[in-house]
Ligand binder design. Sequence first.
Ligand code: UDX
Length: 497
Amino acid sequence: MDQQSQKAHILIFPLPIQGPVNSMLKLAELILIASQGQIQVTFLTTIHTHTRLNLHAKAATRFSGYPSFSFVTFPDGLPEDHPRGGDKFMEMLNAVEGVSQPLLRDMMLNNNSSHKNDDYPITCLISDGLFHFAVDLGKENGIPVIYFETMSLSCLWVYLCLPKFIEAGEVPFQENEGMEAILTLPGIRGLLRRCDLPDFCRANNSSSETMIQRIIELEKQYNRASALIFNTFEDLEAPLLSYIRAHHPYNMYVIGPLHLHLKEKLLELEATKATPPPSTYCSNSIWREDNSCIEWLNRHPRRSVIYCSFGSQVTLSKEQLIEFWHGLVNSGFRFLWVKRPRSVIGMEDDVHNKWHEQIPDKLLKGVMKNGYVVTWAPQEEILNHPSIGGFFTHSGWNSTIESLVAGVPMICWPHYVDQLVISRYVSHFWKVGLDMKDSCDRVILENMVRDVMCKRKDEFLQNANALANLAKQSVENRGSSCRSLDMLVDEIMSFRL
Ligand code: UDX
């Protein structure tokens, strides 16, 4: 027991969807490397996610290089063919919450059968911020809880200020009030309009009340947590970060961009001749990546292709897809489109390329000439491919930070929650792209593609490259994210039973 009480053991519990799983696996790997194996890490996820990670990301092989790492899995209770996202997201969340609460409690009490005999007792839980119950379980069992937020700091700030917006009558707002500036947002006054707030701030949003209530609880939840971790870097959100630090007591670790940070740490390991996992891009995909698109990209000139992907959750209608494809074809630029299975409502699924039969002939000719369609892509690698000149994105936080690191300008078509805030930051704060929120129009997209790929290319590229350089500095030895990771590791090591 003496020896047991000397080793820290963290349980990492992500929301089982692509973005959070991807970044929290990178967090796990970073902690393993930075602590030189002194911290035992257990990654808790659904059997559904774990099976896919092993099938497509070969996570089992990669993590087998770390003796103090293990996966613990649980069934989410949903049918195999459940989409576990899109408009069924809340169903998935409720199912996962229901099953995981008793399991987490058992694990914290160290009486779970999935524990191996030589496991150390859990000394800390790192949970996705959406699992509100985690902090209660932690308090109940005397285990510190650290929340990992898969959103930008700007979005966190908007969440924290929600009670102020409501008090000032700015939220909920009607459709015709969307362009009015938000006046009660300290720290970033004047930057956001009402339509740039998360979708649940809109009066016509059906989940408005539930979501607002959930978010209002967030501040209390954070106040009870030991710390917060963010996948961003200081220079990207500096003014806001100092503002939040000055006004809130949270202990915040800003350790991103995680994928770049991990790459840097693996390179350092390689230099010291330790034994790092071999891959340059540590893919954590839960879908099979179609690598044929890399060969397709290799055939095209520098910065001539626009990459289009809406992450793992967004669904669009067949009409929206056709409108966008018209815009892209009319722009004359080549495009790589990720059409995730079941992501287009009203279109029979991709099996055997059935989408070919469901779009007008003339458009199909244009798509076949200038486009390349895959069901899932190695995104990190694509964004760093020389032929990519722009990214048409849903503005999910992981996609955004991957694009910033690669210095690729964006066209944003945000769908919900944090994405609406992020797209405004991209266009009006970082000035690395354009925001086409609330419109789906072929002419608008065509013009935006021309702007990003040609007319305003230099301006966007200059800003994007400047941010990419700052991102790189942050993860280098003694950079802000590097130091913050060391402090996080120290804090975790200090948690003893
Ligand atoms: C969700 C929410 O939708 C988003 O708003 C929030 O910011 C994070 O959680 P998701 O929809 O999965 O995320 O989008 P995003 O955060 O952008 O993550 C997608 C991940 O999938 C990225 O890491 C990206 O590299 C990866 N991806 C995407 C692929 O590997 N291949 C693809 O074809 C598309």
